[in-house]
Design a protein around this ligand. Structure first.
Ligand code: HEC
Ligand code: HEC
Length: 489
């Protein structure tokens, strides 16, 4: 076959149109399509054409392709979230420099956080105290990814726990196999004070809970009033606990002119401004959060919170509290109640490791600071004095000011807690973001770009409105640098 010069040029023109259509604006697919077409033309010319077609191709068409390749790539490139990075988790380990005793406590807690609980402990390899109402049968079921102590994993364990050991729960509509773990709250409506939390599951039907007959909340009919929170990762929380309220307040007061110009305020969470944990910023002490999590999420009562949420007499199977000091244990640490061990694990866990900088990551970090993300997501804060060497006066690269901000109607969850109103949220630390799957308080997206855009809504009213406006004026390449930077954390 001989191909004439005209046919060749036509071929090239069609190919270029095809590239535009096929690629649909994505740089990688433009590159691939260009390369495929270039190769096939090069091949057919080389083997089938006259010498002058070959010369024309080399002199004219090749550079034309290159030019189209470059300009098409530039013009059509759209920034996108590269997704969770693979490789080692680099998370869930102990802080460096722990004392022997601290490390022992960390390790005991690392075991305890993964312990599965059944109702009476009669199911092999389980502790006791599950239910009567619960959300999961271990802390580690929810604080799970990319290593124990993390957040929601890719496969939602709430589906299987619903019917484990004969339980007869229906999976609520907001729980899906590839969606996030969610806790459910009733939004406070019409001036009602609290966002009551609703347990998803009961122990009814389980082989170790004979005679217990509790109904789940009717989630379908409650749907319009429901709000959700997804698990927060626990890594590095001991460092966060050691940052003093004074430091949080002083950081809020810094860059005040710039913050005022951008509409950024912020205040400490919790009662009397002592909070720094949880989506609404009301949590302060890790022991209390661990004891509260154990009692509320798993249903295991303990010395700090000794009563069951549901007192139905036919569903009580154990003496209270269920998680107690074990004086028969071989040493003090082993004898501690599980919640105290787990608090130790959380306190002495190291923050997740970021990956090494590339030029794009470095540029992303600069832009993140320049456009004002860093005015809320403070790159680092100092811990105060601590008895633990590993927590004492450390620089903590958390990317949060640990303070509450008004985020407007698009994010509002209607759950007032401590200092936080319906649309107030604590700036979440961004460390570990590189391996996180679900974003924002309700896990509404797995896409970082959507998480950023959700900071603002049409009605306005978010302290992040102006910063997101600045983000939107960046070039697609610059946005990509910010996304690459976030996925490096
Ligand atoms: C059903 C899933 C689930 C289980 C089980 C669970 N948690 Fe959580 N955890 C969450 C959710 C959801 C949040 C965020 C809650 C909020 O802000 O309203 C959270 C937040 C936390 C926080 C605050 C983290 C931070 O940095 O702000 C700590 C600490 C914590 N959990 C510890 C525990 C411990 C310890 C256990 C077991 C004793 C436990 N959790 C069991 C879902 C769970
Ligand atoms: C006014 C303070 C503020 C500014 C400015 C701000 N953020 Fe946030 N950011 C928050 C708060 C508060 C949340 C949690 C909102 C929620 O979950 O409803 C959040 C959530 C996030 C999340 C999701 C984190 C998670 O754990 O799910 C990412 C990612 C993020 N911000 C990145 C950015 C980037 C990038 C910028 C700059 C373009 C930025 N933020 C600017 C306060 C701020």
């Amino acid at each position: 076959m001989k191909c004439s010069l005209m046919a060749l040029l036509e071929n090239v023109a069609t190919s270029l149109r095809k590239i535009q259509l096929e690629a649909g604006g994505n740089m990688i697919s433009i590159q691939r399509a260009c390369f495929r077409v270039w190769k096939s033309i090069h091949f057919s010319i080389h083997y089938h054409s006259s010498w002058h077609s070959r010369v024309v191709f080399t002199l004219l068409i090749s550079p034309a392709f290159l030019a189209v390749f470059v300009s098409a790539s530039r013009g059509l490139f759209v920034a996108s979230d590269p997704g969770p990075r693979g490789g080692l988790s680099g998370a869930g380990g102990p802080l460096p420099g722990l004392s022997e005793r601290e490390l022992k406590l960390f390790l005991a807690g690392q075991d305890a956080i993964q312990e599965i609980d059944s109702v009476t402990g009669t199911v092999p390899d389980t502790g006791h105290g599950l239910g009567p109402r619960f959300n999961m049968d271990s802390c580690g079921g929810c604080h799970n990814f990319p290593a124990p102590g993390g957040s929601s994993p890719p496969v939602n364990p709430m589906i299987s726990v619903a019917t484990k050991n004969g339980a007869t729960n229906t999976v609520p509509f907001f729980i899906t196999l590839d969606g996030p773990i969610r806790r459910a709250f009733l939004r406070s409506m019409g001036g009602q004070a609290r966002g009551t939390d609703l347990h998803l599951f009961t122990i009814s039907g389980r082989s170790d809970a004979p005679g217990c007959d509790l109904a789940q909340p009717d989630f379908d009919s409650l749907a319009p009033q429901l709000a959700f929170h997804v698990p927060l990762p626990l890594y590095g929380d001991g460092l966060i606990e050691s940052i003093s309220t004074d430091t949080i307040v002083a950081n809020l007061a810094s860059n005040s002119t710039l913050k005022r110009a951008l509409g950024i305020a912020g205040r400490p969470g919790g009662i009397n401004g002592s909070g720094r944990f949880l989506w609404k910023g009301q949590g302060a002490r890790l022991e209390l959060l661990a004891a509260g999590g154990y009692q509320n999420e798993v249903g295991v009562t303990n010395a700090l919170i000794p009563r069951e949420d549901d007192p139905a007499p036919s569903c009580q199977f154990n003496a209270l509290p269920e998680d107690t000091f074990d004086s028969s244990a071989s040493n003090f640490i082993e004898g501690l109640p599980d919640f105290a061990k787990i608090a130790g694990f959380v306190r002495f866990s190291a923050p997740p490791d970021p990956i090494q900088d590339t030029p794009s990551i470095t540029s992303g970090r600069t832009l993140f600071n320049r456009i004002g993300c860093a005015l809320c997501h403070t790159p680092s804060l100092q811990t105060g004095e601590s008895r633990s060497r590993s927590l004492n006066f450390r620089t903590v690269g958390l990317y949060s000011d640990l303070a509450l901000h008004r985020m407007g109607p698009g994010l509002a969850d209607g759950i007032p807690e401590g200092n936080a109103g319906a649309d107030d949220f604590r700036t979440p630390p961004l460390w570990g973001l590189g391996q996180r799957i679900f974003f924002l308080h309700d896990g509404r997206t797995s896409d970082l770009l959507e998480a950023i855009q959700a900071h603002t809504s049409e009605q306005g009213g978010s302290e992040a409105d102006k910063v997101i406006g600045a983000f939107n004026t960046l070039s697609e390449e610059q946005k990509q640098d910010i996304l690459n930077f976030l996925r490096s954390l």
